[in-house]
Each structure stands twice: as structure tokens, then as C-alpha cells.
Design a binder for this molecule. Structure first.
Ligand code: FAD
Length: 397
């Protein structure tokens, strides 16, 4: 941890949250590793109530929304702590994709949309999902898609095929990116439309198995068909043709959330790696920690995680001060830098644990499977590297 980004509010809040995390959330990990997710989710409901009672609800929300009104720098540091368990963000209702949808609706939703969809989301009464990616099109080029929304009377009729819609199983509504203006310039063709999941024609085809596990409820990624889904035109978010611009806005702060969560995972894996290194005896006189190669892994991981944290918090600071658009190079940098360190740290932690590392007796293997996606979602790392390089090279041309 660094003191550079500490604030008075964090001095009070962080110890409270730490106590809650280790006393209430961390003990659920055993259940998480051995039970279907929906069973564990029920236990999380009780913890949500406790968090509300303790005044810890709404870590990511403005005061107007009933939250604590923290800056992104402050929220980032809490997010790191919550990231040390796969349930941390979920218990505090600041999990992706809901957190991004909350920000989107708060920013661009109508008053009626806020009342109908945002408010219950903020209260943790419902969940939502976000559907942009399609199996037949490269998600790396988000303006390239086939899902269409056509006007008929007072409604949109939506037809399309999406996949990797995280947490659609059990969600109350989906925010769907669909083409409304096929003839417009490519960045102005699509719009974002709310589709309640009980709309006729909303077909959840399957939860996609990820490395052998299809998951359920919040912990799943769905393939979905939209077959003549009819929704009122008042379910349009923002203006027609603004879908791409809104998606960019949605993803900016979202990358800080993911990166800080990844640093939390790194810290947890790092602690587990060190504990295992000192406790695993190779002989009565020596432990793994006495071996130089293990020491080097530990030193490298320590330096990498520290560097990653400073980069992410500095990016959060830039967003707080100047907005996500101005911080776009910094955002691209942390996206690929931190996801790479996450993968390396998890891999080393597993290696130090030996065979135990690939079992489901520790949390490491869950993260190894499920966080592999970190280098792919929210813009594949290669796309961010190209964007950053293009921006840097402009100064030399
Ligand atoms: C765990 C997970 C959760 C997700 N959740 C959601 C969600 O909730 N909603 C949603 O809409 N989508 C979601 N996605 C989808 C995600 O946004 C896409 O997977 C991502 O945009 C990449 O698109 P793609 O999979 O089609 O890969 P492609 O675009 O086909 O790219 C494949 C690979 O090609 C390389 N590549 C691509 N473009 C370039 C380039 N310009 N230069 C160099 N190399 C390149 C990269 O290595 C990339 O990984 C999720 C994905 C994952 C893995």
C-alpha cells in the first residue's frame, strides 16, 4: 500500500471495510469454492443488509444517490481490498457489469428510466447486464455488429445474437447495443436500448462454459438471442446513434474498477505465495522460501504490484481531475499492464503451491480460470497497446 493517495475519509473508512471484509466476506470463500454460486449469493444478501446497517453501502455512489460520494482515487483503494475475494464487489453491489450500468443510467438515463431501472439497481434489489459483443463479429471492433432495432409505432423491435453477456442469468434487464441508423457514419449507427429480460423473444440460449465451468446467476456469461423483442421507444438511453459514444464513457472509469480489483487479486495471491514459500518444507532444514528462484519471483511480484498500483491510482487521479477522455492514454496503459501482471502473479503463486495450486482447494485456480479473460475483455490488450502507440507516435510525426 502507498500513502500517496490516502485521504482523511479513507483513514476512517478503510479500517472499517477491512474489518468487515475479513470477518464477514472472506469466511464465505470455502462455500464459494464448493457450492453452486446462487446458494452463496443468498448468504451475500444478509451481508448486504449488514453493510447497509454499518453505513458502508454505496461505496461507488454519489451522495445524491445515497452513497458516500468518494472520488475514483478513494473508491479505487477500497476496490483493491474488495478484490481480494471474488465476492467482495458483489456483496457491496459494485460488481461489473452493474456498476457500469449504474454510471450509464445516472449519466444518460431519463427520469423514468432512473426510477424504474436505476433505483432498484442502486438498492441491490435487481441485477443487470450489458450486451454488445456478438459471436459472428470481432468484438475488438465494436462498431461492427448485426443486431438491429427497428421502429414500429411506439416501439423498437430488436433482433440479434449476442454472447458473453456477463451475469445475464437472473438479471432483470439488459442494455443492448443495436443498430438504429445503418446509413449513418460508423460511429453513429448504434444506440443503447434497455430490454427487460422478461420481454417475449429474449432467449437465454445458454451460460457459456468457461474452461469447464458454465457457472450460474451473477457468475456466468450468457449467449442470448433477441427474437423480435418489442420494447417502448422510451427505453432508448441518451439519443439515437449515441451508443458508441456512451459505451466509451461507460468503459473509462470501468477499467479503473477492474484494474484495482486485479491488484486486490494480486495482493491476495502474493500473500498466499509468500505464506506457502515459508511454510512448505523441502527438508527439515529448508523451505521453498530459501530457494533463490522463489525469492526472485517474490521480489519481482512485489515490485510489479507496487508499480501497477501507482499507475492505476495516478490514472484514477487524472480521471477525477480531467475526465476519462483526457486520461485515455493512461487508461490504455493500465489495461494491458495490470492484466499482464495479474496473469504473471497468479501463475507464479500457483507454481509455488505445486499441485495444490491447480486444485479447487485454494482460490488461485478459480482466478486463474476466470481472470484469463482480463487480457481479452474491456478491449483486448493488443488493441490498447496499438491505441497507446498511435497516440505516442503522433508526437513524433
Ligand atoms: C470474461 C469476459 C466477459 C465479457 N463480458 C462482456 C459483457 O458483459 N458484454 C459484452 O458485450 N461483451 C463482453 N465480453 C466480450 C468482450 O468485450 C470481447 O471478448 C472483446 O471485445 C474481444 O472481442 P472478441 O472476443 O470478439 O475477440 P476478437 O475481436 O475476435 O479478437 C481476438 C484477438 O485478436 C487480437 N486483436 C483484436 N484486434 C486487434 C488489433 N486491432 N490489433 C492486434 N490484435 C488484435 C487480440 O489478441 C484479441 O484477443 C466479455 C468477454 C470476456 C472474456
Amino acid at each position: 500500500m502507498t500513502d500517496l493517495f490516502k485521504t482523511d475519509r479513507l483513514e476512517t473508512l478503510l479500517p472499517q471495510l477491512e474489518a468487515f471484509f475479513w470477518e464477514e466476506i472472506a469466511p464465505l470463500e470455502k462455500d464459494f469454492l464448493s457450492q453452486p454460486f446462487n446458494q452463496v449469493a443468498q448468504k451475500c444478501e444478509a451481508l448486504r443488509e449488514k453493510a447497509k446497517e454499518k453505513g458502508l453501502w454505496g461505496l461507488h455512489l454519489s451522495e445524491k444517490q445515497g452513497g458516500l460520494g468518494l472520488s475514483l482515487v478513494e473508491f479505487g483503494q477500497l476496490s483493491e481490498l474488495l478484490g481480494q475475494s471474488p465476492l467482495g464487489h458483489y456483496v457491496f453491489n459494485c460488481q461489473a457489469p452493474d456498476i457500469g450500468n449504474m454510471e450509464l443510467l445516472a449519466h444518460a438515463g431519463t427520469e423514468v428510466q432512473k426510477e424504474q431501472f436505476l433505483q432498484p439497481l442502486l438498492e441491490g434489489k435487481i441485477r443487470s447486464c450489458f450486451a454488445m459483443t456478438e459471436p459472428q463479429f470481432a468484438g475488438s471492433n465494436p462498431v461492427h455488429m448485426a443486431t438491429k432495432a427497428e421502429k414500429k409505432g411506439e416501439h423498437y423491435i430488436i433482433n440479434g445474437h449476442k454472447w458473453f453477456t456477463t451475469a445475464a442469468d437472473g438479471a432483470t434487464f439488459s442494455i443492448v447495443m443495436a443498430i438504429t441508423h445503418p446509413e449513418a457514419p460508423k460511429h453513429q449507427r448504434a444506440s443503447m436500448i434497455i430490454v427487460p429480460t422478461d420481454t417475449a423473444g429474449f432467449v437465454l440460449v445458454r451460460n457459456i462454459p468457461i474452461m469447464g465451468e458454465e457457472g450460474e446467476g451473477y457468475m456466468s456469461h450468457a449467449e442470448i438471442k433477441y427474437e423480435n423483442c418489442q420494447v417502448p421507444q422510451s427505453y432508448l438511453i441518451g439519443e439515437e446513434g449515441q451508443g458508441f459514444a456512451l459505451a466509451q464513457q461507460r468503459l473509462g472509469p470501468g477499467r479503473i474498477h477492474h484494474c484495482m480489483r486485479w491488484i486486490g487479486i494480486c495482493e491476495r495471491a502474493f500473500a498466499m505465495m509468500c505464506q506457502r514459500a515459508v511454510s512448505r518444507e523441502l527438508s527439515p532444514e529448508t523451505s521453498l522460501a530459501d530457494k533463490q528462484v522463489i525469492q526472485h519471483w517474490i521480489a519481482e511480484a512485489r515490485a510489479n504490484i507496487n508499480a501497477a498500483r501507482l499507475m492505476v491510482l495516478d490514472t484514477a487521479r487524472q480521471i477525477d481531475l480531467y475526465g476519462a477522455r483526457a486520461a485515455k492514454d493512461a487508461i490504455s496503459s493500465i489495461k494491458f499492464f495490470v492484466s499482464d501482471i495479474l496473469m504473471k502473479t497468479l501463475d507464479r503463486a500457483i507454481q509455488v503451491h505445486g499441485a495444490l495450486g491447480i486444485t479447487d482447494d485454494t482460490i488461485l485456480s478459480f482466478w486463474y480460470r476466470h481472470e484469463r479473460g482480463a487480457r481479452i475483455y474491456d478491449g483486448a490488450d493488443e488493441v490498447h497497446k496499438s491505441a497507446l502507440a498511435r497516440s505516442v507516435l503522433k508526437q513524433y510525426r
